[in-house]
Design a protein around this ligand. Sequence first.
Ligand SMILES: [Zn+2]
Length: 264
Amino acid sequence: MNILATIPFPLQVATVLFLGLMYGSFANVCIHRLPKKESVVSPRSHCPSCNTQIAAWDNIPVFSYLLLKGKCRQCATSISIIYPIIEAVTALLILAGFIKFGVSWKFVIFCFVGPALVIITAIDIEHKVIPDIITLPGTIFGLVAGSYLVGFKDSAFGLFVGGGTFLLISEIYYRIRGNVGMGGGDIKFIAAAGALLGWQQVFLIIFLSAFMGSVVGVAGLAKKRLSALSQIPFGPFLAGGTLVAYFSGERLIHMYIMSVTGGY
Ligand SMILES: [Zn+2]
């Protein structure tokens, strides 16, 4: 008998949200420590201003920020609103995954993939880099999880097609422009995403991220907020494309095939 069916749905949602907030809290630790190559396990969190160790009851995701009105209890220095936003976004992503996939391996895999996408987005926006410490284990994870999701052959093919396509684009760009347009982190990311979702969906991710990137890029250039497209980190768009593909990739590809073949 399915134990889950005996638990009322609101309680299921509350449990998943709680789990998501915990992941979000850990995501914050990763976002701030991975670029500095610090351990994400120890030491406990400190206030970046007065260095006081943050007590457990002041470290509750989102709620502590609200209770403390966004200030450190000791030194009253403002805490960045990015922290509770990261926690809330992660929790909502996990909840969306639960509602979409139910209790399944696809949901379990998403509990790793979702927070990783949040971490990559935040780090790439701030530091313009996607750390190897996420993408390299991510490639192994992608192959293992991808073997379950799409089969080992499609997964391995996705790794090489994704990584190879970006390597080629990066090489062509370098030959034409003489500078590096696409970072190594982007190449490793798309290889990992290709391994996770297979070669068919890696093209969908590339298409979606290039589309979103060019919309934002053109808007930014038009408002003169950006002087060159190369200033925009590509990681957030890759993460967005991967997210869309993870949730709806099969349906989007099916719709595309239908529209090309006219349903035959
Ligand atoms: Zn402080």
